[in-house]
Design a binder for this molecule. Structure first.
Ligand code: AMP
Length: 413
């Protein structure tokens, strides 16, 4: 038997119904704040991610599904959607629109990671981007919108971690300072941390080695090195979140896996999830559009994983799909009449299904019960049908043409 590839999954109808709720809530919450939907292609030029996400990131180094398009060009299944949206912003001259341009998306993403609960190779993200504003209100509004979405979906045990990365210059000066600090304490560090001083000094903050942790308590923090404007921007974002009653933890070690972030970064985690606790996160990316050859343009956005939101909102109930009418057959020669009745009912705006499996009349009624049909019309002879109320179990004969109007009137003949 051929199975779906490792790390991918089928979205079966029950799950599709839950995802519809995610989509509707996203549209409602982001739509109310003026965000409009965008959809970009599933694959893009590899170069977009190499430049946009960053050559040195895990995503670009290890996780991309890249392939030759047959004409010598390298294409990549999108591992994230921010870089594609910035590409679209430039390609369609959206800088000419009123700024910021506020967009949301619901798209599949592809990363070649080792699969586990909450981590897949094809997964779905909803996300929002505001391009063209450097106002701290934009950062705060986006965080509030994500908090609202998580709350509306009933995502449990959420925590918000918040930090600021400052500018790339601040960050690289800080990296050098941190490296110098780590080198000075080399003897006290765990081997793995020592081995990564040059490549990834920030990882030292995540170490679970006791002695390393003791060293790191005195390590310099990026958040204390922000320049005046960045510090002021961050203070304003925090003040707005405080006013909005959004709880957060300042986490100066918050590093996100994408190179393009500047200033504010944040991540929502859920205690309901195991190792893969990140539900959604984002940040400001004031340099990204320039990296893609555009004019200096600030931007900020977030992405949240649909599978993780659903895992952490375990009882998200999708409304049952109503069935107004099930058309049953008393005799096999009534099929054309039954077919027409079901079609007319749908055209009149009813949810109508038709017997399709050749069941006995008893079997048809049982099936109608199972799918929670509100009414059953049993097509009989000479233009007459028996209309059965599946709640009261009352039934009466009526002319075929009366079936739909009767149902539309709620059962009054
Ligand atoms: P990122 O773009 O890495 O910041 O990811 C944003 C969100 O997407 C995360 O918080 C997760 O909810 C989700 N996500 C990222 N990678 C995966 C994956 N491999 N499988 C499922 N969800 C993911």
């Amino acid at each position: 038997m051929i199975q779906a590839p490792r790390g991918t999954f089928d979205i079966l109808p029950d799950s599709a119904a839950q995802r519809k709720v995610v989509e509707e809530q996203t549209e409602k919450i982001l739509g109310a704040a003026g965000y409009r939907r965008i959809e970009t292609p599933t694959f893009e030029s590899t170069d977009l991610f190499a430049r946009g996400v960053g050559e040195a990131t895990d995503i670009v180094q290890k996780e991309m599904y890249s392939f030759d398009d047959g004409g010598g060009r390298s294409l990549t299944l999108r591992p994230e959607v921010t870089a594609p949206i910035c590409r679209a912003y430039l390609e369609h001259g959206m800088h000419k629109l009123a700024q910021p341009v506020k967009l949301w998306y619901l798209s599949s993403c592809f990363r070649s990671e080792s699969p586990q609960r909450g981590r897949y190779r094809q997964f779905w993200q909803v996300g929002a981007e505001a391009i063209g504003s450097s106002a701290p209100e934009t950062d705060a509004e986006l965080i509030v919108l994500l908090a609202d979405l998580l709350e509306a979906l009933g995502v449990k045990g959420t925590r918000l971690r918040l930090s600021s990365l400052g500018t790339p210059e601040t960050r690289s000066a800080y990296r050098e300072e941190l490296k110098t600090f780590l080198r000075a304490h080399e003897a006290e560090l765990a081997d793995t941390v020592r081995g990564r001083i040059e490549l990834n000094p920030l990882r030292a903050f995540d170490s679970d080695d006791r002695r390393t942790q003791a060293v790191m308590r005195d390590a310099p923090l990026l958040i204390d090195r922000l320049n005046n404007e960045d510090a002021e921007h961050f203070a304003q974002v925090r003040a707005l979140l405080d006013d909005a009653g959004i709880a957060y933890e300042l986490d100066p070690t918050l590093v996100r896996g994408l190179d393009y972030y500047t200033r504010t970064v944040w991540e929502f985690t859920s205690d309901e999830l195991g190792a893969q606790s990140g539900v959604g996160g984002g940040g400001r990316y004031d340099g990204l559009i320039e990296l893609l050859d555009g004019p200096p343009t600030p931007g900020v956005g977030w992405a949240a994983g649909i599978e993780r939101m659903l895992l952490a909102a375990s009882d998200l109930a999708a409304p049952a799909e109503p069935v107004d009418l099930f058309v049953a057959l008393a005799r096999p020669d009534g099929t054309r009449t039954a077919f027409e009745l079901a079609r007319d009912a749908r055209r009149a705006g009813l949810q109508a299904q038709l017997e399709l499996a050749g069941r006995s009349l008893k079997g048809q009624l049982k099936h109608a019960d199972r799918i929670h049909a509100r009414w059953v019309a049993i097509v009989g002879e000479n233009g007459v049908a028996t209309l059965r109320d599946m709640q009261s179990h009352e039934q009466r004969d009526t002319k075929l043409e009366n079936v739909i109007p009767t149902i539309l009137r709620g059962g009054t003949p």
